[in-house]
Design a protein. Structure first.
Length: 472
């Protein structure tokens, strides 16, 4: 009766120190809002009757082969170490090995209390569930490594936040949920055996060619460097880059107060709790290095010669800014149509960004317009843009396929905050048409979809979203 998911679980085979076995808590009247058929195919999950799927992805029926558990981890939150966090409302059903040979976690988020819930209710409300669904799928379509959304279910229950709100459960898919914080907890407890075991597990699962803890550190550094450069390229602000939200796989994880910038400014912050701008757009590369240093500190604890470990880890971490900068340059070169590398490209890109910051140009539309020859309209100081434009045209000589490169690197469509907020308001009133509409348009971010041009429009003054909230 219950749907068939071809589970092949590995995390549940690790010793119990890594998790707590925990079944999801049933909900009152689960209704399927969305099911991601394309992703299901990749996972080898066959769709079923919507009512049955609602039972499974709402947490009321544990499908055959699932071994539900909550994972243990700790982490630095806004720079302060919290010695124990863990999945407070997420339950890993298990893993599948997809048609592509990739192992992936299938996790319910908002599935009830766990031993790590602390004061939380273990639940999620509809808004953040739909936000994560739309934004994570949009990230995937943009070509950026990310967790994905398999299903969203309305629970028919009320969740108490500042006010009573409709409850929901998100089914999240990740290449794993191992985080920097998963390593930190065993390191800080001095549990070297578990740390070694976890390191071996992470290497085998994600980086089979990596040699030992320092090999893992190097691989994570490289994956995170690529990820952060990709975020910068689309104006994405994660908003809560705590070490428990920093994935070992290099995927974007935990869409809480995240946002895409409309008008460009490097210090942009949306999260209401990020008062000092620690996780502002422009700080993300520095924070990624800081997080890698925390991973290094944790990994070193298992080494036979800690002193040698410190030296090697320091060297690995210190190399990260340059690696990230190289990816950043490649990303932004492509955004202005360049494939060849010239010494003054950094200057050319920085000059454009400085003009954009001065004029508060729309990040997405300005870059998109560069490939369509109408970027001038995005600037208040058009004379300054014209000066830049001359230099740019000069630089483009000798490049080929510039326009195609720009149109393939600069999306027309991003999940703009005001559209997300409008979508959530409608969904709370029972209208999911904006949710489904956004998913459809954002699945093809690099194609001009003239019928949907309104979704490329920056927010009007009364639509601007000034803050996003963690009250998820
Ligand atoms: P986040 O910043 O969303 O990654 O969450 C940080 C920690 O708080 C994680 O351990 C979450 O599992 C936990 N948490 C967040 N919301 C809830 C909730 N409603 N109930 C229980 N735990 C929660
Ligand atoms: Mg988290």
């Amino acid at each position: 009766m219950s749907m068939h998911i071809p589970f092949d679980n590995s995390y549940a085979q690790l010793p119990p120190v890594f998790y707590s076995k925990q079944a999801p808590e049933a909900v009152k009247s689960p209704k399927l809002i969305a099911f991601n058929d394309d992703l299901a195919k990749v996972l080898g999950v066959a769709p079923d009757d919507p009512a049955d799927m609602a039972q499974v992805f709402g947490g009321n029926i544990v499908p055959d082969g699932a071994e539900p558990l909550s994972q243990l981890y700790s982490g630095h939150q806004f720079g302060s170490y919290n010695p124990q966090l863990g999945d407070g409302r997420a339950i890993l059903l298990g893993e599948t090995i997809g048609a592509d040979g990739q192992r992936r976690d299938i996790q319910l988020k908002g599935a009830g209390r766990t031993p790590y819930s602390r004061n939380g209710d273990g639940r999620a409300w509809l808004g953040p569930v739909l936000r994560e669904y739309v934004v994570s799928e949009a990230m995937h379509a943009l070509g950026i490594p990310t967790t994905r959304a398999l299903a969203a279910v309305a629970t028919g229950e009320t969740v108490q936040r500042e006010t009573g709100l409709p409850g929901a459960v998100l089914t999240r898919v990740a290449s794993s949920h191992l985080r920097v914080g998963t390593f930190q907890i065993f390191a800080s407890r001095g549990d070297t055996n578990s740390l070694k075991q976890l390191t071996g597990y992470a290497i085998q699962r994600h980086y089979p060619d990596a040699k030992g803890p320092m090999g893992l550190l190097r691989a994570v550094r490289d994956a995170q460097s690529r990820l952060i450069a990709a975020w910068m390229g689309v104006g994405f602000i994660h908003g809560v880059m705590n070490t428990d939200n920093s994935s070992i796989s290099g995927e974007t994880i935990d869409y809480g107060p995240c946002a895409f910038m409309d008008s460009y400014h490097p210090q942009t912050v949306f999260s209401s709790i990020d008062r000092n701008g620690r996780y502002s757009y422009g700080n993300q590369p520095d924070i990624a290095v800081w997080n890698l240093a925390q991973l290094a500190t944790a990994l070193i604890q298992q080494m036979d010669d800690p002193q040698a470990g410190v030296e090697e880890a320091t060297e690995i971490v210190h190399a990260m800014p340059d690696i990230m900068q190289a990816h950043w340059l490649d990303t932004f070169r492509a955004k202005i149509g360049l494939a060849l590398q010239h010494g003054d490209d950094l200057q050319l890109i920085s000059d454009l960004l400085a003009l954009m910051a001065k004029d508060q140009s729309d990040f997405t539309n300005t870059f998109r317009a560069l490939g369509q020859d109408h970027a001038r309209n995005q600037f208040a100081d058009r004379d300054a843009f014209d000066v830049w434009h001359v230099k740019w045209q000069e630089r483009l000589k000798g490049e080929t396929d510039s326009q195609a490169r720009m149109l393939g690197s600069n999306p027309a469509f991003i999940p703009r905050n005001h559209r997300i907020e409008q979508m959530i308001s409608a969904a709370v009133d029972g209208d999911y048409s904006l949710f489904h509409g956004l998913n459809t348009v954002l699945a093809q971010p690099y194609s001009d979809q003239p019928d949907n041009i309104d979704l490329t429009r920056p927010p009007a003054t009364d639509e601007v979203v000034k803050a996003t909230f963690c009250g998820t």
